[in-house]
Design a protein around this ligand. Structure first.
Ligand code: FE
Ligand code: FE
Ligand code: ZN
Length: 260
């Protein structure tokens, strides 16, 4: 993975800790992790992002689903302690009809069971598009989850540009105001990484369909402002656009040209 990213022109990446839709994981090869740490150091790869599987829903009404999530996140956090610079990112969850309050309680409850006081890895809550009963699409919900976590110092936030657009935040015309709101509600110091995606749908659509950079409703101008914004420019940016490797290579090149 590391070598491929370098060949594409990148200096960070995201990977799924297991099949995005599945559950089981190959046994961890600590020797492999050690090799990666060395490789990352040599190649100036900074923080990478380990993404939890999509099937994980800590807010599910089904105890079996929550228990699966608990085991995944616990196991992942243990493994990630061996990687030097990594963030763990996950979708807060969908309350599937139980209500937002209940969902928030369930999410925080599991986080409080798996986060351990001396862990190095920060756990990032991803801002969501508000599709179905997704929790964490607005900044207040993210804050409510954090409020209930005991070890708040182990929590950060990952902002997905497609998701915030689809939730209704106007990052195209009012980026400064959106970041100000983020700062007032959550605290900008908690923002640790960005998923840089264009969106196939208009602002407020609650759809969550990513588009290639420059071809969607956010557009290249707005995305250029985002990568150059003083509060964002030094964060790790990860593309989740619908592309093959050649497509990613092109997008990385384009964004680098626009990064001043
Ligand atoms: Fe995600
Ligand atoms: Fe994302
Ligand atoms: Zn998405």
């Amino acid at each position: 993975m590391g070598k491929m990213i370098i060949s594409l022109g990148g200096n960070t990446f995201q990977y799924f800790t297991r099949n995005p839709r599945g559950g089981s994981v190959k046994t961890v090869d600590y020797n492999d992790i050690k090799k990666f740490n060395d490789f990352a150091k040599e190649n100036n790869i900074d923080y990478i992002i380990a993404h939890a599987p999509y099937t994980m829903n800590l807010a599910s009404s089904d105890e079996k689903v929550r228990d699966f999530g608990y085991r995944v996140i616990k196991e992942d956090l243990e493994t990630l302690e061996h990687i030097d610079k990594v963030y763990y990112n996950f979708h807060p969850g969908s309350h599937v009809g139980q209500g937002i309050e209940m969902g928030i309680d369930l999410i925080a409850d599991i986080l409080n069971k798996v986060i351990f006081p001396n862990q190095k890895t920060l756990v990032l809550l991803e801002t969501m598009a508000g599709k179905g009963s997704e929790i964490g699409s607005n900044f207040n919900e993210i804050k409510s989850i954090i409020n209930k976590v005991e070890h708040k110092e182990k929590i950060g936030v990952l902002l997905d540009t497609c998701h915030v657009n689809d939730e209704g935040y106007d990052i195209v015309n009012h980026l400064d105001e959106v970041l100000k709101e983020f700062d007032e509600i959550i605290g900008i110091n908690l923002l640790k990484a960005i998923h840089l995606n264009d969106s196939k749908n208009p602002r407020g659509s609650h759809k969550d369909r990513h588009e290639k950079i420059g071809l969607g409703t956010i557009g290249l101008e707005a995305l250029t402002k985002i990568i150059n914004h003083p509060l964002l420019r030094d964060l790790p940016f990860v593309l989740e656009t619908p592309n093959d490797n050649d497509g990613y290579k092109e997008e990385i090149k384009l964004l680098k040209e626009r990064y001043r």
